[in-house]
Ligand binder design. Structure first.
Ligand code: B16
Ligand code: MG
Length: 214
């Protein structure tokens, strides 16, 4: 029986991808590294460390420099988060979370971001989550199963009792590997491996997701 919904943050609840892009772009421009919006798509859902590796496209830098660059990017990113409000929720997000809770479903967050708590606070939806799994929760980030299993355990559910909502291929791969049902948010080329595909939470209902177990 499906008893828990586990949500990714960026791309599912809110669209912070643009802020991540602007922050990486500023760092890349400072360092003279070409970086386009298309390149940014490769960073969707992966950790800050992996994002830097992909941005560098094989360029080699010292570890100390990598740490400084990630701190710079994060400072740029955090400057965008200051202005976040409930207006930055994606369509249907709050309504879907509330409907899930009203149906007795346990609700968890599984985000690769170390800024997830700040984003939830800006969106004013922290109280809608029973557990927060973020970039501090586990070492192995998506596509590893670790974060999803950590959140399921926190909800006191087995993996087969959980459904993951994800916009990134890395997240969908991790959820499927964990043995969870998965709702993919975005185009089929990106989320086609999910059990159910939609453009956003505004397009689906709790009942339709619960029917995935049949
Ligand atoms: P931070 P999600 C991910 O969030 C973003 O999609 C990804 O672009 C970012 O690199 C990652 O968080 C780490 O974020 O630098 O804030 O720790 O989609 O897993 O909610
Ligand atoms: Mg995401």
């Amino acid at each position: 029986m499906l008893k828990g919904f586990i949500f990714d943050l960026d791309g599912v609840i809110t669209d912070t991808a643009e802020y991540h892009y602007l922050a990486w772009k500023r760092l890349a421009d400072n360092q003279g590294i070409p970086f386009s919006r298309e390149d940014n798509e490769q960073l969707r859902g992966v950790s800050r460390r992996e994002s830097l590796r992909r941005l560098l496209k094989g360029r080699e830098i010292e570890e100390a420099t990598a740490q400084v660059w990630m701190e710079q990017k994060n400072a740029y990113y955090q400057s965008f988060l200051v202005g976040m409000t409930p207006n930055d929720l994606l369509p249907g997000a709050r309504e879907f979370l509330e409907a899930a809770r009203a149906a007795g479903i346990k609700v968890g967050l599984a985000s690769a971001s170390r800024n997830a708590q700040t984003v939830l606070d800006g969106l004013q939806i922290s109280a809608l989550f029973d557990i927060l799994g973020d970039g501090y929760a586990v070492i192995n980030t998506k596509p590893a199963v670790d974060l999803f299993v950590w959140v399921a355990g926190g909800l006191k559910l087995t993996v087969t009792e959980c459904v993951v909502f994800e916009d990134a291929e890395a997240g969908i791969d991790g959820a499927l590997l964990a043995g969870m049902k998965c709702v993919g948010i975005g185009p089929a080329e990106r989320v086609g491996k999910a059990h159910l595909i939609c453009a956003g939470l505004h397009e689906i209902t709790v009942e339709r997701v619960l029917a995935l177990e049949i």
